[in-house]
Design a binder for this molecule. Structure first.
Ligand SMILES: [Zn+2]
Length: 597
């Protein structure tokens, strides 16, 4: 009776070239051996089952080979190589630190370090799972590692590099082993199957490779398990049965149904999956993985991220071409959301059903978003930009202020018919306008009057004069509505610099209205507000005259009583209230130019 040897051992690589999936790393090691540049300590890091120990053994054999080949590999025939291959070489010592991590264990190993090799040149010490050594063992080992004899080479292997002390790391050459790719594992499994005379379906090996999650040792043991279950004929169907893997056909089918918005068929499909003993959580995470695979299949750049054989890849590409990226993003997000809520919900099936329905509908949304012309919003301020150019009144379409709080009764009602402009002889006016400090009201332009000495605070008056645009030298007298007026008033407020946001905010709460002639009445709550507004009066007036094409506009502040309880006061308004009752505080505020921040 022949002894059964597990495939992982039987097909363990014996040369660097036969190591699967770590080519750049094995090439580096071969070159180091060929050029004789050997370090005293190596650290092999990486996930389990990717070839760390295998490479360490090949390395040990190769550096001791008596007649190495030109390509840097061991000859596998010399006395040393044969001793290695038969497991009777004295030049290799292995310690599994996971189970032998005491200081005694490491001391036993270190005693071996001091004895030079009988045959060959090097003694190689492999310490697996080196991060598991106890602190005392670590310290004992560190002493030897600091001053190793010339014939000793240490190869430390770990799955958890971050647990290795810096004192060890700094003394080692570090090699990072990659997780193996599905295609590499499949190729290796194919070689083994052929050597063993086992028939197989390539996609069945793909399922095994994915199940192994990047570890060759796991892949080989799953392969052994499946081989005995499938009795020498590894089919896709037998593999998914044996490994309890949900057939990826289901995911392709579910995606097709989602794209067709066929919700009844989706719910039936889900029922079929659950009746086969699969969990809802298993299905939804598999579906998310499927969407992810579709997403990476869409772009040549991300295609390498798809871990699939070429035949499978073609199937992914075909379905991916029928999915919009926006659909895939949303579907992924919904699956992720479902996954998060899945643990806590008591009705898991319902949650998954709702998620499927939502995904089926999000394709609707994205289609609509993709094709429906975006709603054309009328730009609100277009005609203002063109205000410099004279335009007929009729073209000034009334635009409602965008802030709902600003809509006023008069803005909603149609404006009274504009008075027909009476033709007047064109007359030149100076750009100087009177500043009505004491009288509050502003006289119309043209009624020339010597400009009084300004008593405005110098800083704000400077601001105001800067903000005031140049007024046209000819008289304009175009009609405008209260809506136009409100709009321009608020536009001015909005354009005030950041330092003037108090004034801006105050202006936003005021709705001016046209009274007799071209007088614009500005209702304010009290004299205090009038004083605050005064420095801006000239600039506001200039803006209104220019923007509304009417140089006969005048401003009149009107103190009106407001219903005391109808209003929520802001901090600023509260201050104004206080100042109204205690003018001394107002003095304080204006003297020191105090502001809220
Ligand atoms: Zn040899």
């Amino acid at each position: 009776m022949t002894q059964y040897i597990v495939s992982a051992r039987k097909y363990r690589p014996t040369t660097f070239d036969s190591v699967v999936g770590q080519q750049s790393l094995t090439t580096t090691l071969k070159n180091a051996i060929a050029t004789g540049k050997l370090a005293h300590a190596y650290l092999f890091c990486g996930p389990r089952g990717v070839g760390k120990t295998t490479c360490a053994r090949i390395f040990a054999k190769t550096i001791n080979c008596l007649t190495p080949l030109e390509n840097g590999e061991a000859c596998n025939h010399c006395e040393s190589c044969q001793a290695f291959n038969e497991g009777r070489s004295y030049n290799i010592h292995e310690l599994d630190a996971a189970s032998n991590n005491s200081v005694e264990d490491i001391r036993g190993l270190m005693e071996q370090v001091m004895m030079p090799p009988q045959v060959g040149r090097y003694k190689v010490f492999i310490i697996d799972e080196v991060h598991m050594l106890s602190t005392a063992a670590f310290n004992a080992f560190l002493k030897t590692l600091e001053e190793p004899p010339a014939h000793a080479i240490f190869i430390l292997a770990t799955t958890e590099k971050h647990k290795i002390l810096p004192t060890i790391l700094s003394r080692c050459q570090i090699y990072d082993f990659k997780r193996m790719e599905v295609a590499d594992i499949v190729a290796h499994l194919e070689r083994v199957a052929k050597a063993e005379g086992i028939s197989y379906e390539p996609e069945a090996l793909g399922v095994i490779a994915r199940k192994a999650d990047g570890g060759m040792r796991d892949a080989m043991s799953i392969f052994d398990q499946v081989t005995s279950y499938a009795e020498g004929n590894i089919t896709y169907r037998k593999v998914i049965e044996d490994l309890n893997v949900l057939d990826y056909d289901y995911y392709f089918k579910a995606t097709d149904l989602l794209l067709e918005h066929n919700i009844p068929a989706l719910l039936v499909l889900l029922d079929d999956i659950l009746s086969r003993g699969f969990q809802t959580g298993h299905f939804i995470s598999g579906l998310a993985a499927h969407f992810r695979d579709l997403l990476v299949s869409r772009d040549a750049q991300t295609l390498p991220l798809l871990e699939a054989s070429s035949a499978e890849g073609e199937r992914y590409r075909e379905q991916a071409a029928r999915c919009r990226p926006s659909f895939l993003y949303k579907a992924l997000r919904l699956c992720n959301q479902c996954d998060i809520n899945h643990r806590t919900t008591s009705s898991k099936r319902l949650l998954v059903e709702i998620t499927l329905i939502e995904i089926a509908q999000c394709e609707d949304d994205s289609e609509a978003c993709g094709h429906r012309p975006t709603q054309q919003l009328k730009p609100i301020f277009n005609h203002i930009k063109a205000a410099a150019a004279p335009a007929p009144v009729q073209e000034q379409t009334p635009v409602r202020p965008s802030q709902p709080s600003h809509t006023t009764p008069q803005a909603a009602t149609p404006a009274p018919p504009a008075p027909t402009p009476t033709p007047r002889p064109a007359q030149s006016v100076t750009a100087h306008r009177p500043v009505g400090i004491q009288t509050i009201s502003i006289r119309p332009m043209g009624k020339a009057k010597p400009e009084p000495t300004s008593t405005l605070p110098s800083s704000t008056s400077a601001d105001a004069s800067v903000a005031a645009p140049q007024v046209a030298s000819t008289i304009e007298e175009r009609a405008f509505t209260n809506e136009d007026l409100t709009l321009e008033w608020r536009r001015f407020a909005a354009a005030l610099p950041e330092e003037q946001r108090a004034t801006s905010g105050r202006m936003q709460n005021i709705t001016p209205r046209l009274s007799n002639g071209w007088t614009v009445e500005v209702p304010v709550e009290n004299e205090q507000v009038v004083r605050f507004m005064k420095p801006f009066e000239q600039a506001i007036l200039a803006h209104l005259q220019t923007a509304l094409h009417n140089s006969r506009i005048t401003l009149k502040f009107n103190v009106v009583a407001t219903a005391p309880s109808a209003k929520v006061y802001s901090r600023r308004e509260q201050l104004e209230q206080i100042i109204a009752h205690h003018p001394a505080i107002g003095q304080l505020v204006s003297t020191f130019n105090l502001e809220f921040d």
